[in-house]
Design a protein around this ligand. Structure first.
Ligand code: SF4
Length: 486
């Protein structure tokens, strides 16, 4: 069954043009993505056994996905033995209902969260706030974009599109609203200090903590959280109720698998061998223990994931959300995550979104946001065949008849003209005559019909006054092997 994902009402051309016109955004993105892409290369270069670990991680993750039902059943049994309450959710409404039921039973009004892309995908914050709950994001990047009422623009660094001066402006507005001192400067210490002070109150007052899960280990029923800020430890241990919301693909079978897999988001995403904090949670607080939540719930979310199983797209579910494909993608580097119009951007988002939400959901993602340069698959630690999937999705879209009639006609005519040598040469002769009206200063700057949009941002050399075929016909000798020397 198809899932439900958020969708920006702005059409793709407007999202694209807004991003391309925003010089600050593009500068911020260029700095962040270049730094992270370089850090990945350095990290692998300094870690000789990294490649072997990466290959083992890929195999283990693929195996867990390929045997998903069995692995999930094992996980659920293990959780049950440890007093964890496990629920399965089809989509956003199920998850919101579950959390609201827990909140109502506990009389809870305040929720703190650590970074979780699946809750962004489910628009959980909005659903909870609509019912009167206060929800506060506690990851620094998520806190910034929550204040700005924006979606994450990068899978690993939600506020990658904002620089320090912009973040200071945002915090100054928040300080005025809350009547507290603003950060003294845009130095990192001042900005993080401001967030630290603001969030401390939220941690202490929260009734429910919501986290995602980087991994779920079926062998022992363990939630694994990997962060660089430590906020997930506060979210999962201070409030009396901890709710984990995780996609079903987060499960891995054994600890021996996790040892290799757990390195991959840090190595490929930020160029570190391991993230700063790794937290393992295996159940609620037991009698005699001093800390931990009284209740631990795990909600396993489908939202379209199961429909990929057993298909040529199954490897997409082995994504570890490292963001490496974002950092090397020439399209993402120019337009940023918001231009994708939904939660997941970059190459993985442009492939995964229509697979989760249905082929006709934002067809521009596989069609218009990939140049097929192959940089993403070279960066991906899980070897997800992203360029191949882009082509397959485009083929699926054509097969589904979702292309506009004008486009189908254009390609049909073009294909007919260029698939036969005589027709091709005749086309070249006619086009050479017709192009005269579109040539300015030696460049072709306009085209008819659908080609008009293509020429808005690109110039091409005009068709040569003599093509190679014409030159060859003119110069080949009586044997047909070529007469003149070049
Ligand atoms: S597709 Fe690969 S590179 Fe991109 S986020 Fe997922 S694991 Fe990382």
């Amino acid at each position: 069954m198809a899932g439900r994902l958020p969708r920006d009402p702005e059409p793709w051309p407007r999202r694209r043009d807004q991003a391309l016109a925003n010089g600050v955004l593009r500068k911020n993105l260029a700095e962040v993505t270049r730094r992270l892409a370089r850090a990945r290369l350095v990290a692998y270069g300094e870690y000789p056994e990294g490649e072997q670990r990466r290959l083992r991680a890929r195999e283990a993750k693929r195996h867990a996905i390929h045997h998903l039902d069995a692995t999930l059943a094992r996980l659920t049994d293990a959780f049950g033995r440890r007093g964890v309450q496990v629920a399965r959710a089809q989509g956003p409404a199920d998850v919101a209902r579950y959390v609201l039921d827990v909140a109502a039973r506990r009389g809870a009004t305040r929720v703190v969260k650590s970074k979780s892309m699946v809750t962004e995908e489910l628009e959980l914050n909005g659903a909870l706030m609509a019912q009167g709950l206060s929800v506060r994001e506690t990851d620094l990047g998520e806190y910034i974009i929550q204040l700005l009422d924006e979606r994450p623009s990068h899978i690993l660094i939600p506020a990658a599109h904002r620089n320090r001066a912009q973040i200071r402006d945002t915090f100054e507005q928040e300080a005025r609203r809350a009547g507290v001192p603003a950060p003294a400067s845009d130095a990192v210490g001042d900005l993080t200090g401001f967030a630290h002070d603001r969030l401390r109150e939220e941690f202490l007052a929260a009734d429910i903590g919501i986290t995602g899960a980087n991994f779920l280990v079926a062998e022992t029923g363990t939630v694994v959280l990997v962060t660089n800020e430590g906020n997930a430890d506060m979210v999962s241990s201070l409030p009396p109720v901890h709710i984990v919301v995780a996609g079903i693909e987060k499960v891995v079978a054994e600890w021996t698998d996790l040892i290799d897999i757990i390195q991959q988001p840090a190595l490929s995403g930020i160029g570190q061998r391991l993230s700063a904090y790794t937290t393992l949670i295996s159940g609620p607080r037991e009698p005699g223990q001093l800390e931990g939540p009284e209740e631990l719930h795990v909600i396993l979310v489908d939202n379209g994931r199961r429909s990929l199983l057993g298909t040529p797209y199954e490897d997409v579910l082995s994504c570890v959300r490292c963001g490496a494909c974002y950092n090397v993608c020439p399209v993402y580097r120019q337009v940023g995550g918001h231009a994708y119009g939904t939660v997941y951007g970059g190459p993985i988002g442009a492939v995964e979104t229509p697979l989760l939400a249905g082929l006709r959901f934002m067809p521009e993602l596989p069609q218009s946001l990939c140049t097929l340069c192959n940089a993403c698959v070279e960066a991906c630690p899980m070897d997800i065949a992203l360029p191949h999937h882009f082509i397959s999705l485009r083929r699926d879209l054509v097969a589904a008849g979702s292309e506009p009639a004008a486009k189908r006609l254009t390609y049909a005519v073009w294909g007919r003209l260029w698939s036969d040598p005589r027709r091709y040469r005749s086309f070249v002769r006619w086009a050479r005559r017709g192009q005269r009206v579109a040539v300015r200063q030696g460049k072709l700057v306009a085209g008819p019909g659908l080609l008009r949009g293509w020429f808005l941002t690109r110039d091409m050399p005009p068709i040569a006054h003599q093509t190679f075929h014409e030159w060859w016909d003119q110069h080949r000798g009586p044997t047909g092997q070529g007469g003149d020397t070049l």
